[in-house]
Design a protein around this ligand. Structure first.
Ligand code: IPD
Ligand code: CA
Length: 328
């Protein structure tokens, strides 16, 4: 499904709405209103991110801080983008709840989540890439209803590629040239012919903590999994943005992605895009369906591949180990 005229900007919205003709109202929410808001947020965030990267090419400095460890980065742009997105969402949907990595990552009660709408935002997913102007940097915007992702928009302003989905309406990609295409996962069924992306938990491993033996154990499990794939898979990629990892599986650029320690803002938007593109998800232990707060995710283009990975990847009790590291 291609638009011959092309879409110059993410804010050229009418065409995108036409892909949602089958979406029914959720409570009192019109899907097109939510998608319009998400796309405007992604577009404006993209302008801020691009301007910053281009400014640095001309000599300006990135304004950088660290969070939980020297490898857990935040910049002025992360915070500014989140504030901008949050302001637009709260103005448009004042009764909706908001979770964002930089300004609102506190707990919302389970009963509140089960009752209503929660916007789940990562203003920059791939902050390390952003700091290095490595061009895989995404804005990730999800809407959950009754604790399930129903809408996902992921936008990489440095490549001008966007992915979007509404539950039940399929998954789509806007290419840099402006055309919009329906996306499907590829059909790989075995690890031996799969291209697999992952992340290494560097932020946990570089944390100054008393939980040194837990960190050593995490390193051992992560390394063991990489070793298994180095000898068993077609190859491995480290993309640096979990939202992008999910979209690459959804569109068939890669066959699978797994990672320990992810948070809901990394995964929530990509998950609905992946499912709508026909992909499969679980925890690394194999619990299905993946819940957005699961903290360890395994996605694959086919169930056969997901099940094979589930049997070759070590999981041990890594989430418990990560929680000990996080609380020390
Ligand atoms: C990170 C990226 C990275 C993944 C980390 C995430 P951030 O998000 O998605 O690829 O490995 O787990 O925390 O910090 O760049 O928003
Ligand atoms: Ca982030």
């Amino acid at each position: 499904m291609t638009n011959a005229n092309g879409l110059k900007h993410l804010s050229d919205l009418d065409l995108i709405y036409s892909y949602l003709v089958n979406a029914g109202k959720l409570g009192d929410l019109e899907p097109a209103n939510a998608l319009r808001c998400a796309l405007k947020c992604a577009h404006d965030a993209g302008v801020m991110i691009r301007n910053n990267v281009e400014g640095r090419a001309l000599g300006s400095e990135v304004n950088l801080n660290t969070k939980s460890s020297v490898a857990d980065l935040v910049t002025e742009t992360d915070v500014a983008v989140e504030k901008c997105i949050r302001a637009r969402i709260s103005q448009t949907f004042p009764s909706h709840m908001f979770v964002g990595e930089e300004t609102a990552n506190g707990e919302i009660s389970q009963s509140a989540r089960s009752a209503g709408f929660v916007w789940i935002i990562d203003p920059i997913d791939g902050t390390t890439n952003f700091v290095h102007a490595f061009p895989i940097v995404t804005v990730s915007i999800a809407l959950a209803y009754k604790d399930e992702s129903v809408m996902g928009v992921v936008y990489n302003p440095l490549t001008d590629e966007a992915w979007f989905a509404w539950k039940g309406c399929g998954a789509y990609m806007k290419r840099a040239c402006g055309s919009i295409v329906s996306i499907r996962t590829s059909t790989c069924t075995s690890v031996g012919s799969a291209l697999i992306s992952t992340g290494f938990g560097v932020a946990f491993l570089r944390r100054q903590t008393k939980a040194v033996s837990e960190q050593a154990k995490i390193l051992e499990i992560v390394s063991q999994n990489v070793k298994v794939l180095m000898t068993g898979a077609r190859d491995i990629r480290r993309i640096g943005s979990a939202a992008c990892d999910m979209c690459y599986v959804a569109m068939g650029r890669t066959d699978s992605y797994f990672e320990f320690g992810v948070r809901e803002w990394d995964i929530a938007a990509g998950l609905v895009i992946l499912h709508e593109a026909g992909g499969e998800s679980s925890t690394i232990r194999g619990a299905t369906p993946y819940s957005i707060r699961g903290r360890n995710v395994l996605v694959a283009d086919t169930n056969a591949l997901r099940v094979e990975l589930n049997s070759v990847l070590r999981e041990d009790n890594i989430i418990e180990l990560i929680e000990i590291v996080e609380s020390n």
